[in-house]
Design a binder for this molecule. Structure first.
Ligand code: MSP
Length: 495
């Protein structure tokens, strides 16, 4: 049966170009989208850029550029980075696109007429880095915990969204997993926020920020950047702002993000959906935060790693592997160039690359007509081919475990070569040699099949090396005729 699968990443701010943190989320979404496509699900994968608001307005001014020109440049960098990484997003949405802006405007008009938005005033703290309102409890030594800056005091006339009206309903929906928040620790964190702090009405418009979508009934205000940004998840799949026209792919099956923006995604966003009478996302999956050599990535420290630096050093697929295997999906991670280099050499050059090279060379050097596959010869190795566990890991977003499952098999296949010494049987016992090579070919095929969502270019290359069309099941007498790649898949890195 084919299901629908709709996955989103946050839309990234265009105050600076993409870095390893954005890349991590985007690659994870790509892996999940590809895995669901392989399962035959009707899949839609959305990413994009968040381009309005005070922060972007200010940085464009500093750069001496009109905001649209500035955002065009950085949005281009994000697009290019994802193209260079062969990310399979079905759409890249920018909040400065006209259809998005007009849908946002219609949606807010609807909420206003319904009485969920009213004229009031906002007085309180605001962190421009987060584009979020802060309470004293959010601060550490008077500073924003994420940005380490002092929030500004805001006091202005504002159109307010009746967030408080939805608090009880949302708390109940989250408790009952109607919106599932994963990992469970994040769900608990959000529920304690509901219990301890509750939800207050929130300012949904700004009078002093020109770079935004005008409030349709009062054009002296612009729409709060998060209200604008959230609706990308709907406009990106063709929503026109009319509540009762629900796009085919809605609701989202998974919305990925890191912990920095979970709270807004578990409060303001579903409250807006309730106000619009639209279904809620099924799952919010929250992954951890990456540090580099123990420190937060920041321009001033100068430790920001960009995706193109990774691709230059490791190549596209190895970059994806290194990110996805760096830390259990959901946990924080600390990464370093040294750790990436070591893992590249151990797992890719010595592990996967070596296995493919050895098996291909043995076939090429000893079997002129290639290897004619016989399933009966493989029957003794059933546990190797078990993949329910792998599917479970993917279903539970345990991407790191799914990779570990594959790498255990790479290790086992390499051990099988060492144990059976096919270079000896090639000379002394052709029958044994054929059996060993048939088992190894099946093992490589199985590994490659599972690895496809994570390393799509590499797996395609390996299928080509073995003259294999990439079929899910190999039939008897299928001939593996090797066309080896002499440089190897993953040349060793010298430090
Ligand atoms: N524009 C908002 C999101 C709006 S969604 C309606 C935003 N943008 S952001 O550019 O700051 O991106 C935040 C997201 O980028 C995080 O939630 C996470 O997905 C990713 N990461 C950014 N830095 C990160 C790390 N250091 N580590 C892991 N991922 C992080 O918030």
């Amino acid at each position: 049966m084919s299901n629908k699968f709709y996955i989103t990443t946050p839309i990234y701010y265009v105050n600076a170009g993409p870095h390893l943190g954005h890349t991590y989320t985007t690659v994870a979404a790509d892996v999940l989208a590809r895995a669901h496509r392989l399962l035959g699900d009707k899949t839609f994968f959305l990413t994009g850029t968040d381009e309005h608001g005070a922060k972007i307005q200010e940085i464009a001014e500093k750069a001496g550029l009109p905001p649209k020109e500035f955002t065009d440049g950085i949005a281009g960098q994000f697009k290019e980075a994802w193209q260079d990484l062969h990310i399979s997003n079905d759409r890249f949405i920018r909040t400065t696109e006209e259809p998005h802006m007009s849908a946002v405007s219609k949606a807010l008009q609807y909420m206003y007429e319904k009485g969920d938005i009213y004229k009031g005033s906002y007085e309180g703290l605001y962190c421009k880095g987060c584009e979020q309102f802060k309470s004293e409890n959010d601060l550490v030594d008077g500073l924003c915990a994420d940005h380490k800056t002092k929030p500004e005091i805001m006091e202005e006339e504002s159109y307010m969204f009746k967030l408080s009206a939805y608090a009880d309903k949302l708390q109940d929906l989250i408790e009952r997993d109607e919106i599932r928040i994963l990992p469970a620790s994040r769900k608990n964190e959000i529920l304690s926020f509901y219990k301890n702090e509750g939800l207050k009405d929130i300012s949904f418009s700004r009078k002093n920020v020109a770079w935004g979508i005008p409030v349709p009934w009062d054009r002296s205000h612009t729409i709060y950047v998060w209200a604008d940004a959230f609706l990308n998840y709907l406009t990106g799949i063709g929503w026109n702002g009319v509540p009762d026209s629900v796009p085919e792919f809605w609701p989202a099956d998974v919305q990925l993000m890191s912990k920095d923006i979970l709270r807004v995604h578990a409060t303001i966003w579903p409250a807006m959906l309730l106000s619009l009478g639209l279904p809620l996302p099924k799952t919010l999956f929250v992954h951890g935060f990456f540090l580099i050599d123990g420190q937060k990535m920041s321009k001033s420290i100068g430790n920001v790693i960009s995706p193109d630096q990774l691709v230059k050093r490791y190549g596209v697929d190895a970059t994806k592997y290194l990110l996805m295997s760096a830390t259990p999906f959901g946990n924080d991670g600390d990464v370093s160039w040294k750790q990436f280099d070591d893992k590249y050499n151990a797992d890719l050059a010595n592990g996967l690359g070596n296995l493919v090279q050895r098996v291909a060379t043995l076939i090429e050097n000893n079997l002129n007509d290639g290897l004619a596959y016989k399933a009966a010869l493989v029957s003794g190795e059933n546990s190797f081919f078990e993949y329910q566990e792998f599917n479970t890991f993917i279903g539970q977003f345990e991407l790191h475990q799914a990779l570990a499952h594959i790498w255990t098999r790479i290790g086992a296949a390499n051990a099988y070569v060492n144990e059976h010494k096919p270079w000896v049987s090639a000379k002394e016992n052709p029958e044994t040699f054929l059996k060993t090579m048939t088992v190894l070919t099946a093992m490589v095929h199985h590994i490659v099949w599972l690895l496809q969502p994570f390393m799509p270019d590499t797996t395609k290359k390996i299928f080509e090396i073995f003259g294999d069309a990439g079929a899910k099941y190999i039939k008897d007498d299928y001939r593996f005729k090797v066309k080896k790649n002499d440089t190897g898949l993953f040349p060793r890195l010298e430090s």
